[in-house]
Design a protein around this ligand. Structure first.
Ligand SMILES: Cc1cc2nc3c(=O)[nH]c(=O)nc-3n(C[C@H](O)[C@H](O)[C@H](O)COP(=O)(O)OP(=O)(O)OC[C@H]3O[C@@H](n4cnc5c(N)ncnc54)[C@H](O)[C@@H]3O)c2cc1C
Ligand code: SF4
Ligand code: SF4
Length: 412
């Protein structure tokens, strides 16, 4: 069993906030470290029983892939999908302002307005520190739209989970695949999860950047965090600009490709480099971009790839289409997804060997099961496999994996 400091120190924490939700804020706080990562700060060690629960649910150390469902196709790379389509939110405002085509926001609004859930847990900008994002509980369209867009930095969505489970009314979760993995882990030790969480929606995820990515961006304009009233990475078009606004009325914009064309500059957290399920196999519906080759060649009207992964995800998709909430343009297949997401295919092939690199250095190796990782590694070229294993070991030896434990004094 690991304590929280061990999980963080070994670069396994992704800052989901579930340990904080389980232990309570009097024992564990989520803080922004000076390296720009949101991490649990233990102010009073959790009791043994709570620590056991954290070990059972923490997505940094444990992810178990989905069981196969009858009639749902399982792809070696992409996992389960009952249906793969391209589509977008029928409401033009949702489509335009959201990250891609507005499918996640439109589904969140549909779930609330049709009475299927009372709340949607997702993330939104922090009202006091608008460059940062945090857990956000939505009850209506305006709430959902306040959180639309891709929050590429730290966000800790699951700090709100236990509060919602205690309320006892049905809710949905929109969050990153690792967050959904944590929810599925929680469902194995808390029966309320399956009773109350009606559906889990996610995005295909290229990784969460450190907050320093956003800070470097504003520094280029001579700004400090206190100067910024608004930062949005995309939306208002697809992909739309990255927009910074200041309290004194200045506006700065950068194109998507300026921000993300160089993968080496994404400032990804270590957990993302060994992510066993960045494609959202554990969600009911996973949603993506659909740019051939993995990047935009210009602006378009906003189109999402939609993977209905479970039978309940398929029901929701069909109901949303029948109700006029979503528009479907075409059916696609798993090989189309390879074309839209080549970096996801490479990551899926890399994780097993990167874990071997961690084991070579005798650091704790997370338990990632039932995700075909070993078989996928065997589909990569020999040289690539060696590079993945040795590259991870080298990162560890060069001090790029071990993280300082958060302290009360060193925070942003
Ligand atoms: C960190 C990150 C990496 C991504 N990488 C890829 C990629 O490699 N390939 C790809 O195709 N797409 C990627 N996306 C997804 C893409 O940017 C869109 O989010 C996706 O297509 C959904 O578009 P949408 O218009 O339906 O979203 P919207 O309707 O704008 O809704 C987005 C929803 O996701 C929630 N959300 C956003 N960011 C976070 C976060 N950090 N944590 C928890 N919840 C969040 C919001 O609160 C909102 O409810 C990534 C998104 C994120 C956040
Ligand atoms: S990944 Fe989540 S549950 Fe695990 S230590 Fe980090 S914040 Fe806590
Ligand atoms: S790449 Fe994986 S670990 Fe990183 S944010 Fe995305 S889902 Fe989470």
């Amino acid at each position: 069993m690991y304590d929280l400091e061990t999980i963080v120190k070994n670069g396994l924490c992704i800052g989901c906030g579930l340990c904080r939700s389980l232990a309570g804020s009097e024992r564990v706080k989520m803080v922004m470290t000076s390296q720009g990562r949101e991490r649990p700060l233990v102010t009073e060690p959790p009791e043994q029983e709570i620590l056991e629960k954290i070990n059972a649910v923490c997505p940094g150390i444990k992810i178990t892939g989905p069981d196969s469902e009858d009639g749902i196709e399982m792809d070696m790379v992409w996992g389960p999908a009952a249906k793969l389509v391209i589509g977008y939110a029928a409401d033009p405002e949702i489509r335009f302002t959201s990250a891609t085509g507005g499918v996640l926001s439109a589904l969140g609004i549909y779930l609330l307005e049709s009475g299927k859930v009372d709340n949607v847990l997702h993330v939104a900008p922090n009202p006091v520190k608008p460059m940062r994002s945090g857990a956000h509980i939505s009850r209506n369209r305006d709430d959902i739209m306040a959180g639309s867009g891709s929050h590429y930095g730290p966000s800790a969505p699951l700090t709100g989970v236990m509060e919602l489970l205690e309320k006892g009314s049905p809710f949905a979760v929109i969050a990153k695949p690792c967050d959904i993995g944590a929810i599925r882990n929680l469902s194995k030790i808390d029966p309320r999860v399956d009773q109350l969480i009606s559906c889990c929606l996610t995005m295909v995820c290229g990784g969460a950047s450190e907050f320093t990515k956003s800070l470097d961006l504003i520094e280029k304009h001579g700004l400090e965090e206190e100067d910024v009233s608004y930062l949005r990475y995309r939306g208002y078009g697809n992909p739309g600009p990255t927009t910074i606004r200041t309290h004194d009325g200045r506006v700065f914009e950068h194109s998507y490709n300026e921000m993300w064309a160089d993968e080496g500059n994404w400032r990804l957290q270590n957990r993302c480099k060994i992510c066993p399920d960045s494609i959202g196999e554990l969600a009911d519906i996973a949603v993506s971009d659909v740019w051939p080759g993995g990047g935009p060649s210009g602006e378009d009207d906003g189109f999402n790839g939609i993977l209905a992964r479970t039978s309940s995800g398929l029901d929701l998709l069909e109901q949303a289409v029948d109700s006029g909430v979503l528009v479907i343009t075409e059916e696609i297949d798993f090989r189309d997804m390879d074309n839209f997401q080549p970096h996801q295919v490479r990551l899926k092939q890399a994780v097993h060997d990167r874990l071997l690199g961690i084991s070579d250095c005798e650091l704790p190796v997370p338990k990632f099961r039932n995700l075909r990782l070993e078989e996928l590694a065997e589909t990569a070229e020999f040289e690539v496999r060696i590079k993945n294993r040795d590259g991870m070991a080298e990162r560890i030896r060069n001090g790029k994996v071990i993280e300082p434990i958060p302290t009360n004094s060193k925070q942003r």
